[in-house]
Unconditional design. Structure first.
Length: 200
C-alpha cells in the first residue's frame, strides 16, 4: 500500500514540475511577443486572484503583468487581486472596442460553454483588445492540466461529472474557433495550445 502512495506522490510531483516548466516557457514566449509588439496595457480574463496558491498558478499572468499596466482583471467570481477588478463574463465584456493593447485568457476558453459560447468568447477578445493570446489544454494530452489526472478526462463519466470543464479542445477544434490571421503553437502531442492574434 505504501508503495502505491509513494508512486502517486512521485507522479504528482513530476506532473507539477512539468506543468511549471511548461508554463514558464509559455510565459516567456508570450512576454517576448508582447515586447515585440510594444504592448503596454493589459486585460486579464479569468484572473485567479491572490488566493490561488498552487505552485504552478499565475506563472503566465504574472509574467504578462510584469512591467506593464494591468487595466483590468476579471472573472465570473469575485477574487482578490492587486489589479483593478470586475466580475464579468468573458463572452460579454463590459468594455469598449480596442480598449487595451493586449488581452490574456490563459486556460479559460474550455470553461465558457459549448462551441457557440467559445466563438463568442474569442469574438469578445478580438473586439476589446488590439492583440490577444488564448491558451487551452490539449484534450488529447494524457494529463489533464487543471487536475493532473492521467487519462481520466477522456472518459465520458469524468467529463459529465466535471461541469467546470465544459468543452476541452483538440488542435483542430481550437483552430476552428479563431479568426483569420491567428497563429497557433502546439501540436497534437503537446500539453497546451497557444493562439496569438494581432490586428493589422
Amino acid at each position: 500500500m505504501q508503495l502505491v502512495v509513494n508512486a502517486k506522490s512521485v507522479i504528482r510531483r513530476g506532473v507539477v514540475y512539468y506543468s511549471i516548466r511548461n508554463r514558464r516557457a509559455k510565459a516567456a514566449a508570450i512576454s517576448a511577443w508582447l515586447d515585440s509588439l510594444g504592448c503596454k496595457t493589459i486585460l486579464l480574463i479569468g484572473a485567479m486572484g491572490e488566493a490561488h496558491i498552487e505552485p504552478n498558478g499565475d506563472i503566465v499572468e504574472n509574467a504578462v503583468a510584469n512591467g506593464r499596466e494591468v487595466r483590468l482583471a476579471l472573472n465570473i467570481d469575485r477574487v482578490a487581486t492587486p489589479h483593478p477588478f470586475v466580475v464579468a463574463d468573458g463572452r460579454h465584456l463590459p468594455l469598449q472596442a480596442n480598449v487595451v493593447d493586449f488581452a490574456l485568457a490563459n486556460a479559460i476558453i474550455e470553461h465558457v460553454g459549448g462551441e457557440a459560447d467559445q466563438r463568442r468568447f474569442v469574438a469578445e477578445q478580438t473586439r476589446v483588445a488590439r492583440n490577444w493570446v488564448i491558451t487551452t489544454p490539449n484534450k488529447w494530452f494524457p494529463v489533464e492540466s487543471h487536475t493532473s489526472v492521467v487519462f481520466a478526462h477522456w472518459l465520458p463519466s469524468w467529463r459529465r461529472d466535471r461541469i467546470e470543464f465544459t468543452r476541452l479542445l483538440s488542435l483542430r477544434e481550437f483552430k476552428s474557433l479563431l479568426p483569420a490571421g491567428a497563429k497557433v503553437t502546439g501540436h497534437w502531442w503537446t500539453p497546451t495550445f497557444t493562439a496569438y492574434y494581432a490586428k493589422e
